[in-house]
Design a protein around this ligand. Sequence first.
Ligand SMILES: Cc1cc2nc3c(=O)[nH]c(=O)nc-3n(C[C@H](O)[C@H](O)[C@H](O)COP(=O)(O)O)c2cc1C
Length: 372
Amino acid sequence: MTSDCRLFTPLTLGGVTLANRIAVSPMCQYSAEDGSPTGWHLQHLGSLSMSGAGLLILEATAVEPEGRITPACLGLYSNANEAALAPVVALCRRWGTASLGIQLAHAGRKASAKVPWQGGGPLGSDDGAWQTVGASALPFDDNWPEPQALDDAGLAHVRDAFVAAARRAERLGFDLVELHGAHGYLLHSFVSPVSNRRNDRYGGSRENRMRFPLEVAAAVRAVWPRGKALGMRITGSGWIDGALTPVDAGVFANELHKIGFDYVCVSSGGISPQARVVVGPGYQVPFAAAVKQASDIAVQSVGMIADPRQAETILAEGRADCVALARGFLDDPRWAWHAADALGAETACPPQYQRARPKLWPGAALAYPHRN
Ligand SMILES: Cc1cc2nc3c(=O)[nH]c(=O)nc-3n(C[C@H](O)[C@H](O)[C@H](O)COP(=O)(O)O)c2cc1C
């Protein structure tokens, strides 16, 4: 470390110390087969594991086949999935430097969809659509199928599926598990009054709506080692009347903290196609800041954070403890190297590539004058 910037100081979450406060945000790749990763994942994740980011979180990974967003989504529900993921983890460990996380997810009423480049939207019965499940029997939109409201046996089944996937993640050697509690997927659809119209102990008051996600969280906490890190991606705003607010997010984050979660990532949107999300640089930072003020849990901010100084300011002002970038890393898989250059800090770079780093190889400055 040559500068006193926050972005490149280590961060301890639970029992894991990340080398810096930059995470590669989970990103669905829609390139899996029967839930198992393919060669695409090897090259995609292999590259990002040596990006200089302190943490690389694998995409939303379904805990059961019906919990996949699309038929091409990653899963961790079978021995075959687990075996196929092992070489991906081994590759990232052998050649990369980032700590490794995985996002465990259930898409709920937004499952059984087409991949984005085939238009998104629900699969037709000829395309292999499957019955979806949700908090209530309310479709996501007019043209979406009605999900089956989970009964007690269904809730226990989903909770156990999260636990089983977490055990698989532990066997695979992941450092961190993140539960997906945002973007309108199953856990979020319980917390949000927009999608939860239940009149049992899982619906109605905020306490009741939080109950199922918190039961899942507690069950995963019970099996996920304390020496690793555990977090949830939560919703800072539903962006539509009657949806979740930053106050709800603060309450939820506190409950997760009580259960023993180490961090939350504050995202937003996804609960209704009618929601109007106002996007712009750092558009979700105010939600992260609100959660940080309301709770003692570590907070990750995400969403159009693409400039190193912007990221540094978010941390320096105490609005979040770390940042995650998604598209920024697709656009520039070496984002963390360039951020370190811009902020006068240092980050990991594999020896094979050091000749491209001005700080490590003097000739590189001549080769890339536009970066200096
Ligand atoms: C290709 C792509 C796939 C994504 N898949 C996921 C995902 O699997 N899980 C998730 O929580 N968010 C997912 N997101 C959202 C990102 O993690 C991130 O929150 C969002 O893109 C905003 O960050 P950005 O402005 O840095 O891209 C995805 C985004 C992109 C661009």
